[in-house]
Design a protein around this ligand. Structure first.
Ligand SMILES: [Fe+2]
Ligand SMILES: [Fe+2]
Length: 128
Protein backbone atom coordinates (compact mmCIF):
# COMPACT_ATOMS: atom_id res chain seq x y z
CA UNK A 1 0.00 0.00 0.00
CA UNK A 2 1.42 3.39 -0.86
CA UNK A 3 1.69 6.22 1.64
CA UNK A 4 -1.28 8.19 0.28
CA UNK A 5 -3.55 5.15 0.53
CA UNK A 6 -2.28 4.58 4.07
CA UNK A 7 -3.15 8.19 5.02
CA UNK A 8 -6.61 7.89 3.45
CA UNK A 9 -7.22 4.67 5.40
CA UNK A 10 -6.28 6.37 8.69
CA UNK A 11 -8.50 9.36 7.83
CA UNK A 12 -11.44 6.99 7.39
CA UNK A 13 -10.69 5.46 10.80
CA UNK A 14 -10.68 8.97 12.31
CA UNK A 15 -14.01 9.80 10.64
CA UNK A 16 -15.52 6.65 12.18
CA UNK A 17 -14.01 7.41 15.58
CA UNK A 18 -15.33 11.00 15.53
CA UNK A 19 -18.83 9.64 14.87
CA UNK A 20 -18.45 7.16 17.77
CA UNK A 21 -17.39 9.98 20.11
CA UNK A 22 -20.46 12.00 19.15
CA UNK A 23 -22.70 9.03 19.95
CA UNK A 24 -20.95 8.02 23.20
CA UNK A 25 -21.57 9.28 26.72
CA UNK A 26 -19.56 9.90 29.92
CA UNK A 27 -16.40 7.91 30.55
CA UNK A 28 -16.69 6.01 27.26
CA UNK A 29 -16.81 9.33 25.39
CA UNK A 30 -13.70 10.46 27.24
CA UNK A 31 -11.85 7.21 26.45
CA UNK A 32 -12.69 7.41 22.75
CA UNK A 33 -11.61 11.05 22.70
CA UNK A 34 -8.23 10.13 24.23
CA UNK A 35 -7.87 7.37 21.63
CA UNK A 36 -8.53 9.88 18.83
CA UNK A 37 -6.01 12.28 20.38
CA UNK A 38 -3.23 9.69 20.63
CA UNK A 39 -3.76 8.40 17.09
CA UNK A 40 -4.12 11.82 15.49
CA UNK A 41 -1.03 13.30 17.10
CA UNK A 42 1.01 10.38 15.76
CA UNK A 43 -0.62 10.76 12.35
CA UNK A 44 0.14 14.48 12.18
CA UNK A 45 3.74 13.98 13.29
CA UNK A 46 4.45 11.36 10.67
CA UNK A 47 2.81 13.46 7.95
CA UNK A 48 4.97 16.43 8.91
CA UNK A 49 8.20 14.44 9.15
CA UNK A 50 7.87 12.49 5.94
CA UNK A 51 5.29 13.49 3.36
CA UNK A 52 5.06 17.23 4.03
CA UNK A 53 8.84 17.64 4.10
CA UNK A 54 9.30 15.87 0.77
CA UNK A 55 6.39 17.64 -0.95
CA UNK A 56 7.47 21.05 0.33
CA UNK A 57 11.08 20.54 -0.76
CA UNK A 58 10.07 19.66 -4.31
CA UNK A 59 7.20 22.12 -4.80
CA UNK A 60 6.91 25.59 -6.25
CA UNK A 61 5.57 28.48 -4.13
CA UNK A 62 1.93 27.49 -4.61
CA UNK A 63 2.65 23.89 -3.62
CA UNK A 64 4.61 25.04 -0.57
CA UNK A 65 1.59 27.15 0.47
CA UNK A 66 -0.60 24.05 0.45
CA UNK A 67 1.82 22.25 2.80
CA UNK A 68 2.13 25.25 5.11
CA UNK A 69 -1.64 25.54 5.37
CA UNK A 70 -1.81 21.84 6.36
CA UNK A 71 0.77 22.46 9.11
CA UNK A 72 -1.23 25.43 10.45
CA UNK A 73 -4.34 23.25 10.55
CA UNK A 74 -2.42 20.65 12.60
CA UNK A 75 -1.60 23.43 15.09
CA UNK A 76 -5.23 24.53 15.18
CA UNK A 77 -6.38 20.97 15.88
CA UNK A 78 -3.71 20.55 18.60
CA UNK A 79 -4.92 23.76 20.24
CA UNK A 80 -8.56 22.65 20.21
CA UNK A 81 -7.54 19.23 21.60
CA UNK A 82 -5.82 20.98 24.51
CA UNK A 83 -8.92 23.10 25.17
CA UNK A 84 -11.12 20.00 25.27
CA UNK A 85 -8.70 18.09 27.50
CA UNK A 86 -9.04 20.86 30.08
CA UNK A 87 -12.86 20.62 29.93
CA UNK A 88 -14.74 18.13 32.11
CA UNK A 89 -16.71 15.61 30.08
CA UNK A 90 -19.95 16.66 31.84
CA UNK A 91 -19.37 20.37 31.16
CA UNK A 92 -22.19 21.74 29.02
CA UNK A 93 -19.69 23.19 26.50
CA UNK A 94 -17.88 19.88 25.82
CA UNK A 95 -19.99 18.90 22.80
CA UNK A 96 -19.73 22.39 21.28
CA UNK A 97 -15.95 22.34 21.70
CA UNK A 98 -15.76 18.88 20.14
CA UNK A 99 -17.96 20.02 17.29
CA UNK A 100 -15.44 22.77 16.44
CA UNK A 101 -12.62 20.20 16.52
CA UNK A 102 -14.64 17.96 14.20
CA UNK A 103 -15.08 20.84 11.74
CA UNK A 104 -11.35 21.59 11.75
CA UNK A 105 -10.39 17.93 11.29
CA UNK A 106 -12.99 17.14 8.66
CA UNK A 107 -12.03 20.18 6.60
CA UNK A 108 -8.34 19.30 7.05
CA UNK A 109 -8.67 15.65 5.99
CA UNK A 110 -10.80 16.56 2.98
CA UNK A 111 -8.25 19.16 1.89
CA UNK A 112 -5.33 16.77 2.34
CA UNK A 113 -7.06 14.16 0.23
CA UNK A 114 -7.74 16.67 -2.55
CA UNK A 115 -5.14 19.49 -2.55
CA UNK A 116 -2.18 17.82 -0.83
CA UNK A 117 -2.53 14.44 -2.57
CA UNK A 118 -2.75 16.23 -5.93
CA UNK A 119 0.44 18.14 -5.15
CA UNK A 120 2.21 15.00 -3.86
CA UNK A 121 1.35 13.06 -7.02
CA UNK A 122 2.65 15.96 -9.10
CA UNK A 123 6.06 16.33 -7.46
CA UNK A 124 6.98 12.94 -5.99
CA UNK A 125 8.01 9.93 -8.00
CA UNK A 126 6.73 6.41 -7.27
CA UNK A 127 9.64 5.46 -5.02
CA UNK A 128 9.08 8.45 -2.75
FE1 LIG B 1 -2.77 16.29 8.34
FE1 LIG C 1 -3.88 13.45 7.53
Amino acid sequence: MDVLQEIKKEHDEFRTLIKKIEDAKGSQKKELFEELYAKLIGHHESEEHVLFTDVKRKSDEKGKDVVMEMIEEHSLAAYQFSVIQKTAIDNETWDAKFSVLKEVLTHHMDEEESELFKQAKKVLDKEE
